[in-house]
Write a protein that binds this ligand. Structure first.
Ligand SMILES: Cc1ncc(COP(=O)(O)O)c(C=O)c1O
Length: 384
């Protein structure tokens, strides 16, 4: 039997039974008053998770669609933008910005480290003509297991007029992110992470400052026109094009679950998962890529032990134990493996994952002390 997999990748995450039931509801008319009421309800609830009073638009796309919208709606060809590049997903900002003809300045840092607020402050201070239109940052860099200090990075921008754009696709709801209080202008996230849904919905918040930049933007946009999305939402509580209606019905249920748990509790739960996984891998003599102070609560990236092939680790975990974990990405593809621990995950899932990891590593010849990682997780579980 291999259809019961334990999904421990950093998204898509497992889907709760309650949400699966909601997803299985009969098709609904997406232009009906009833569905408009659902769109209004989920929009208001996602805004609460975002901690924003600004506009929140739901797009039918994966997270990358919202990232593209966060460029195409604000940036004219030739505009200067600044990207903080500390991982594979930050690189995506560079690729998208270049696709739209932006003049891209990059602050590149070591993968596995947090972005440096001082370097950002220096780059913006050097822009005396205030030509940089937008700063693109990443909240939780899924490829390295690092959560960046978005508050400090935003503060480093001071009163520079650039909009501050954040990819919070894997960090939203997992770790604190105060969209309004921290003055974040555009923030994107996706349904297949802490929202515990399949992929297919993306969310994007837009501040008044960002709307002002959007008005000056000549770049054509059709499907991902945020102006069209706002008009439809404001006037009719609907979307310009057919929304992924089933996913929105599922979202209604997952938001109910998130509301029942409470945002602070969700974040505390994920922080505990981080503690468990890091304690376990350290107990096994492995090294997490990120320092304790920068470690993600959504995913832990672990340096490969010795010269063991990372692909072998993920393959044995999947084929022999039905536990799906991830290899590295981009330039770290072969250097790390990643254990996702976000969304609909339990402490027992982590226990099982660590137990299987121990056996996998032992099978691959690593001198792995069986039970030590499991015991580290148990100690934390027992503390309650
Ligand atoms: C931080 C981050 N940014 C961007 C993406 C891309 O999102 P999607 O795969 O939904 O297009 C992901 C997906 O894992 C991500 O984790």
């Amino acid at each position: 039997m291999n259809d019961k997999q334990l999904l421990m990748i950093p998204g898509p995450t497992p889907i709760p039974q309650r949400v699966l039931h909601a997803l299985a509801n009969p098709a609904v008319g997406h232009r009906t008053p009833g569905f408009s009421a659902i769109i209004r309800e989920v929009t208001d609830k996602v805004k609460k998770i975002y901690r924003t009073e600004s506009d929140l638009l739901t797009l039918t796309s994966s997270g990358s669609g919202a990232m593209e919208a966060a460029v195409s709606n604000f940036i004219n060809p030739g505009d200067k933008v600044l990207v903080l590049e500390y991982g594979n997903f930050a690189e995506r900002w560079i690729k998208i910005a270049k696709t739209y003809g932006a003049d891209v300045q990059v602050i590149a840092g070591q993968w596995g480290r947090q972005a440096d607020p001082q370097a950002l402050a220096q780059a913006l201070t050097a822009d005396t003509a205030k030509e940089i239109k937008a700063v693109y940052a990443t909240h939780n860099e899924t490829s390295t297991g690092v959560t960046h200090d978005i508050k400090a990075l935003r503060e480093a921008c001071g009163d520079h007029p650039a909009i501050f754009v954040v990819d919070a696709i894997s960090g939203m709801a997992v770790s604190p992110l105060e969209v309004d209080a921290w003055k974040l202008d555009v923030v994107v996230s996706g349904s297949q992470k802490a929202f515990m849904l399949p992929p297919g919905l993306a969310f994007i918040s837009v501040s008044p400052k960002a709307w002002a930049l959007q008005k000056a933007c000549q770049t054509p946009s059709f499907y991902f026109s945020l102006k069209a999305a706002k008009k439809n939402l404001d006037e009719k509580n609907t979307t310009p094009y057919t929304p992924a209606a089933s996913l929105i019905t599922g979202l209604q249920e997952s938001l109910l679950m998130m509301e029942e748990e409470g945002l602070e509790n969700i974040q505390a739960r994920h922080a505990r998962y981080r503690e468990m996984v890091r304690a376990a891998v350290k107990a096994l003599g492995l090294t997490p890529l990120a320092a304790d102070t920068a470690a993600s609560a959504a995913v832990t990236a672990v340096m490969k032990p010795g010269d063991i092939d990372v692909k072998q680790i993920t393959k044995i975990m999947r084929d022999k134990y039905n536990v799906v974990i991830a290899a590295g990405q981009g330039k770290m593809e072969k250097e790390i493996f990643r254990i996702g621990h976000l969304g609909y995950i339990t402490e027992a899932d982590i226990l099982a994952t660590i137990a299987c990891l121990e056996m996998t590593l032992k099978g691959l010849g690593w001198d792995c002390p069986l039970g030590k990682g499991v015991a580290a997780v148990q100690e934390i579980m027992l503390k309650g």
